[in-house]
Design a protein around this ligand. Structure first.
Ligand code: S3P
Length: 175
């Protein structure tokens, strides 16, 4: 049975944009774990962090990942911190293909500076965000496929993913 295609990577690496595009090309469903958490909590990620704290957000994120990984033939974009919990990593890997969208520090900063929707960035300096990116990178390295996204548009990234996943799932046509 084919599994899912899971996109991991730091904040603002393009997981949602690329994931939606890829799912459209494959004719697969698309899910974004942050959106699923927001639906579950009936509020935005920023509000959830402010009201209940990060630990509560991580619990909901875990539940969402467990539910989505029971399904198949979906493209799933994950929040940048989803891979911090070993049980999430275990679920994301099992029977699925995990793609790491690798992004550079300058691009991250350009995209997130002043962002109100990302609580882990709010009030942080460029140096602090860069340090967080550096600390997080080893957590993404378990991916089956690493895509360097620097200077590439979403279409190009999707092409690269499809090329990299040729032959998977075995015996299955893409759409
Ligand atoms: C987080 C990344 C966010 C969101 C939350 C925490 C993180 O998702 O899950 O703000 O810990 O890196 P994006 O990667 O989609 O911004």
């Amino acid at each position: 049975m084919p599994g899912n295609i899971v996109l991991i990577g730091f904040m603002a690496s393009g997981k949602t944009t690329v994931g939606r595009l890829l799912a459209g090309k494959l004719g697969w469903n698309f899910f974004d774990t942050d959106t699923e958490v927001e639906k579950k909590a009936s509020c935005s990620i920023a509000e959830l962090f402010a009201r209940e704290g990060e630990a509560y957000f991580r619990e909901l994120e875990k539940e969402v990942i467990a539910r989505l990984m029971e399904g198949t033939r979906a493209v799933v974009s994950t929040g940048g911190g989803a891979v911090l919990a070993p049980e999430n990593v275990e679920r994301l890997r099992r029977g699925n293909k995990v793609i790491w969208l690798k992004v550079d520090e300058a691009t991250v900063w350009r995209r997130v500076a002043g962002s109100a929707g990302r609580p882990l960035v709010r009030g942080r300096s460029r140096e602090e965000v860069a340090a967080l990116l550096k600390k997080r990178e080893p957590y993404y390295s378990f991916a089956d496929l690493k895509i360097d996204t620097a200077a590439k548009g979403p279409e190009e990234i999707v092409e690269e993913i499809m090329e990299g996943l040729k032959g998977w799932p075995a015996g299955c046509r893409w759409s």
